[in-house]
Design a protein. Structure first.
Length: 117
């Protein structure tokens, strides 16, 4: 059973930083690609960042490239999203997800990030 639990969300001022964490409980975590997504009210869920099982490969959406950094610690079954230079439009619910070899299949419950002016 794969369980993902996000934490670290909250309120931050524009230009500030937050770090999200996602703790995984399944035995497959260290062998799976992981990703962060976000979704706002009335909007579709969008990809934010992804990282390979080893951490050797990462990718980012254009909207966060250069500001956000995804990383992982397989010894702690945890993936992180460091968010710097935050903008008002980063206000969304952030979800982490684990791949099952084909697609992002397992999802956390989400954590709210609110950026204020």
């Amino acid at each position: 059973q794969v369980q993902l639990v996000e934490s670290g969300g909250g309120l931050v001022q524009a230009g500030g930083s937050l770090r999200l964490s996602c703790a995984g409980s399944g035995r497959t975590f260290s062998r799976s690609g992981m990703g962060w997504f976000r979704q706002g009210p009335g909007k579709e869920r969008e990809f934010v960042a992804g990282i390979s099982w080893s951490g050797g490969s990462t990718e980012y959406s254009d909207s966060v490239k250069g500001r956000f950094t995804i990383s992982r610690d397989n010894t702690k079954n945890t993936v992180y999203l460091q968010m710097n230079s935050q903008k008002l439009e980063d206000t969304e619910v952030y979800y982490c997800a684990e791949e099952n070899g084909l697609e992002y299949f397992y999802w956390g419950q989400g954590t709210q990030v609110t950026v204020s002016s």
